[in-house]
Structures are given as C-alpha cells and as structure tokens.
Design a protein around this ligand. Structure first.
Ligand code: BGC
Length: 252
C-alpha cells in the first residue's frame, strides 16, 4: 500500500489530535480535530475517543499514531502520564480494533522528531540531533545522522539534587502546577538541558510541544553551548510524523 495521504493521530495525555496528512509535502489536508483525552486515560476510554476522532474524519484507510509511551512492536512499555493499565497492552491492536482501520504506532516524541527531521529544522542535519517535546511530560527523539534511535526517554533523567525525574520538575505541567514564572521555569529547563548535554553531547537541540511556541519567554535563561532552537512544525509535528512513520512501515 502506498497512499500519499494518511490520517495522522497524535495521542497525548491531555488531547488526541488528528488530521489527514500529505506525506510527500508534510501538509495537513484538513483542519486538525482535537478531542480531550478522557481523564481516566485507560485503554478502553482512550480507544473510544480514538475511534470517535476517526469517525469525525470519515476515514477508512491507514492511520499513523504517536503515543506517549515506549512502544516496541506495537506494545506499550511505560505509562508516565496515562493510566498504568496501558503497560503491556498492544496499542496497535487496541486502536485498530476500536476504529476498524489498520494502525501503526510509535512514541509521540519520536513521531514529532521524524516530522521535524523531514520537513523542519532538522532537514539535512547530520550528527546528533535531539528533539525535546515540552508538554504534560518531557518527550525525546534522538537522531544520529538523520536516523532515529527510537524510544529514548530523556525526560526521565534524575536531575542533580532533585528527588524526582526531570519531567516532574521541568515540563509544562510542572510550570503550571507550581505556578512558576517563565524565569523560574527557564532556569529549571536550562538545568535539564545542561544534564542532557553532559550525557549525550548533541550537535543540535530542537524544542517541540506547547512551550516551544513561547521560546522568547525563556530563551535568555538557556546557557548550554549546544544550539537550541524551537522546532518549525510546532503543534502539527506529532500528527505529521505519525503519518510518515505509518507510510514507511507499509512501504516495506
Ligand atoms: C513519556 C514519553 C512521552 C512523553 C511526551 C513522557 O512522560 O514517558 O514516552 O514521549 O511523555 O508525551
């Protein structure tokens, strides 16, 4: 199967977003539809929302899906911001049964990274590029000479002197939950990037997710030597990348 248009769905801890993607240009072919992720974030509840989103698109065909978990051969191996009932379940089976269409799944940050590497600032970048998505959690996508190293979880580092994983300290949720100013949060996020830099020494750090749109608010607190840039595709990256991934899998 080699369709040029694929429904991309970005499943997140707070919203499930979908749009039909032209995988050759990375353009969305309709207005993105967003439904709230059910509070319980269980497999049953989320599968229902997923199927509803597919119905609203009136879609029959291949679907690419980004999902906020480690994904290996379709199975979820973690659940940091969704129900732990997901752990060990086959996400591909759950979503394809719910909507009646073939579904391919990968980690949501990996999806965003794939889109940014193909159509955004990562295009043609060699060396080590890491994309950090800043949202409910901190997601990561690592590329070596343009090739994805899947399922990195750089949001789960323990920071020096912190008794919690990085994403509980430096994500958008942490900023909102603790009512931090951009300065307070920017200093925390910089501390996070310093740790990341120390461990993987990337050549370029790209920022995605909601807070990447507000880069001007915290840019001045970032002191790492690696260039740090907000991603170009911003909110659509996860949707576009999920579609690209599904297309690559079905081409094989
Ligand atoms: C999860 C990652 C995910 C990120 C962004 C983290 O809590 O562990 O797998 O990519 O959130 O959704």
């Amino acid at each position: 199967m080699q369709e040029r248009t694929i429904l991309g769905i970005d499943v997140g801890a707070s919203g499930i977003k979908g749009a039909v993607v032209d995988i050759e240009t990375g353009q969305l072919l309709n207005d993105r539809i967003r439904l709230d992720t059910p509070d319980s974030a269980t497999p049953d509840a989320m599968a229902e929302t997923f199927a509803e989103l597919v119905r609203q698109h009136n879609w029959r065909g291949l679907i690419g899906c980004g999902f906020p978990s480690i994904i290996k051969k379709g199975v979820a191996y973690s659940a940091a911001n969704i129900s732990e009932e997901w752990i060990g379940t086959n996400v591909v089976e759950i979503f394809s049964l719910a909507c009646g269409c073939p579904v391919e799944v990968l980690n949501d940050a990996d999806a965003a990274g794939m889109a940014e590497m193909q159509f955004g600032l990562g295009k043609g970048e060699m060396g080590t590029v890491v994309l950090i998505t800043i949202g409910s959690g901190l997601g990561s996508a690592l590329f070596i000479d343009g090739k994805l190293v899947p399922n990195t979880e750089f949001g789960h580092f323990f920071l020096k002197n912190q008794k919690q994983v990085a994403e509980k300290y430096a994500s958008s949720n942490a900023r909102k939950r603790e009512d931090l100013s951009w300065e307070e949060w920017g200093i925390r996020f910089n501390e996070y990037l310093q740790n990341l830099e120390r461990v993987i020494n990337p050549d370029l750090i790209l920022l995605g997710g909601g807070a990447s749109k507000r880069f001007d608010k915290y840019d001045s607190y970032i002191t790492v030597r690696t260039p740090v840039k907000p991603a170009e595709l911003l909110n659509n990256a996860g949707t576009v990348g999920a579609a690209i991934h599904a297309h690559q899998r079905w081409r094989k």
